[in-house]
Design a protein around this ligand. Structure first.
Ligand SMILES: [Fe+2]
Length: 240
């Protein structure tokens, strides 16, 4: 049996990531998979990236926030987001990332895949044909049928919508890890999932665990970043 730790949408929230690491012992897993959005909205992008970098068994891809940070670093204009309070978080991140972590982000793909016991597993931020598609469990059933029909993968591991779910449609397994560091459902605890694959069998379990939100609030305060994010992390809701 192969065991995978599924993480995603950490958004620089190292205290949440570190709590998962302590709770779950990452070394017990064959692979640690990260569906992207390492950065933005919390003040620990370096610690977050380094947590993944220092492990040998990770499979990581970029998310939309990481791609935007890289665009800023290339000197390109940031068209979106439009809201000032969001833009501040992007620019703060791009100014504070260490060079070796920038190099690491630049080395990552937008999506990837692996094969385990003849099962093809795709890793996406959104979906395989659009990294920015927010796929919710409440999406029309026909969208899942379309994705299942067009897909080369039996298992889709996804992030981006920040909503943890597991759905099997037409024999295709759709797993959203939820967000490690920026939950939207009113429960501020960190979300992650575990995938087990053994001789054609697939098992998925989701978890929510508490972490020291005060550490995140302290980081935002120390760097004079918008108050709206302190509230967002405290209550676990999207506010802007
Ligand atoms: Fe995200």
């Amino acid at each position: 049996m192969k065991k995978f730790l599924l993480l995603g949408d950490v958004h620089g929230n190292y205290p949440a990531l570190n709590s998962i690491g302590k709770y779950i012992q990452p070394q017990r897993f064959d692979r640690i998979i990260n569906t992207g959005d390492f950065t933005v909205y919390s003040t620990f992008p370096n610690e977050t990236i380094e947590w993944f970098r220092e492990k040998k068994n990770t499979i990581c891809i970029l998310g939309n926030t990481d791609r935007r940070v890289l665009r800023i670093l290339k000197g390109k204009k940031l068209k979106r987001p439009k809201k000032d309070e969001k833009r501040v978080m992007y620019f703060w991140t791009s100014e504070n990332l260490h060079p070796e972590n920038i190099t690491y982000l630049k080395s990552l793909p937008k999506q990837t895949d692996l094969t385990v016991s003849h099962i093809r597993i795709g890793v996406f931020h959104g979906t395989f044909n659009d990294p920015d598609e927010e796929l919710y469990p409440s999406a029309p059933e026909r969208r899942f049928h379309e994705l299942a029909k067009d897909s080369r993968y039996q298992v889709h591991i996804m992030g981006h919508s920040h909503v943890p779910f597991y759905k099997v449609v037409d024999g295709v397994h759709f797993i959203n890890t939820g967000s490690v560091g920026r939950m939207f459902d009113g429960d501020p605890r960190a979300s992650f999932a575990i995938l087990k694959v053994s001789s054609g069998k697939i098992a998925v379990e989701h978890f929510r665990i508490p972490y020291a939100v005060e550490e995140v609030l302290k980081g935002l305060k120390n760097h004079d970043l918008p108050d709206i994010y302190a509230k967002m992390f405290r209550i676990g809701k999207k506010l802007n």
